[in-house]
Design a protein around this ligand. Structure first.
Ligand code: SAM
Length: 247
């Protein structure tokens, strides 16, 4: 449960294999001095991943389109994406929509079938009672699951891919800090309890907090020594996980 200080490309590969890698790199979408895309980390992360593990990457559509071939060349396939919706956001342009969302995209190794990737589907307790009967499927979809299912009021329902979580505005210790509650959802979905999460661009250590609260082991890496120190202090201030709570 710690954060290394330095370049993730040099430090992180030797600590694998990771059950889950989280990466929130600079998007490289602006001309700001700190917002420069980091070359070469994707292939190293892929090599440091357990064959049944996956990689969740934060970014903008602009940044994913510009770097799409790097994921494919590294032997990574897209599984799915979520949209993080927040209450306010950054506005660099007065002539465009105010941007109040970020994307996180999950990738997994090309040679591993999706069914073998660790995946604990998350639910929310807000189903409404109904019996859904599926019509015969069109031939191209194949047989995916049972022909009908029952749900009851307040029962579990598959979590939606647009996830609203307030951002850390006013209490953040990092300018692009992600809410630990959002990271915890990704961690619970994609890393077994006790598994190892590698956070390659750790920033504030928000993912470390989420790991501590959900009982996963955590190794972060942050190139800015002052930020790494703040992140270590943040994680150290939390109570250790005692195995209870909602899994
Ligand atoms: C978008 S921020 C991450 C924010 C983090 N997810 C949080 O919730 O606080 C990206 C971070 O990556 C760090 N960084 C940039 N290049 C790096 C590298 N090569 N190795 C490790 N960290 C790096 C930056 O200093 C910055 O803090």
């Amino acid at each position: 449960m710690t954060i290394l200080t330095g370049d993730c490309r040099h430090l992180m590969p030797e600590y694998g294999p990771f059950d889950l890698i989280l990466a929130d790199p600079p998007y490289g979408d602006t001309s700001l001095a700190w917002d420069r895309r980091v070359d070469g980390w994707i292939v190293l992360a892929r090599q440091a991943l357990r064959p049944t593990g996956s990689l969740w990457v934060f970014g903008s559509l602009r940044c994913f389109m510009a770097t799409a071939d790097r994921f494919a060349d590294a032997g990574l396939r897209i599984a799915q994406e979520i949209v993080w919706a927040k209450q306010n956001g950054s506005s660099f342009h007065a002539d465009r929509f105010k941007r109040v969302h970020e994307l996180a995209v999950q990738f997994y190794p090309t040679e591993t079938p999706w069914r073998d990737i660790y995946n604990d589907v998350q639910t929310t307790p807000d189903a409404t009672a109904r019996t859904a009967r599926r019509q015969q499927r069109p031939p191209h979809t194949g047989q995916i699951d049972a022909g009908h299912y029952l749900s009851h009021d307040g029962g579990p329902r598959l979590m939606r891919s647009v996830i609203y979580v307030r951002n850390c505005h006013g209490r953040a210790i990092h300018p692009t800090e992600k809410p630990s509650a959002l990271l915890e959802i990704l961690i619970r979905t994609s890393c077994p309890q006790g598994g190892l999460v590698g956070d390659w661009f750790a920033g504030s250590g928000a993912a470390g907090e989420a790991c501590r609260l959900s009982g996963r082991r955590y190794l972060g890496c942050e190139i800015d020594a002052d930020m790494a120190e703040l992140a270590r202090a943040r994680i150290a201030a939390l109570l250790p996980f005692h195995g209870g709570g909602v899994a």
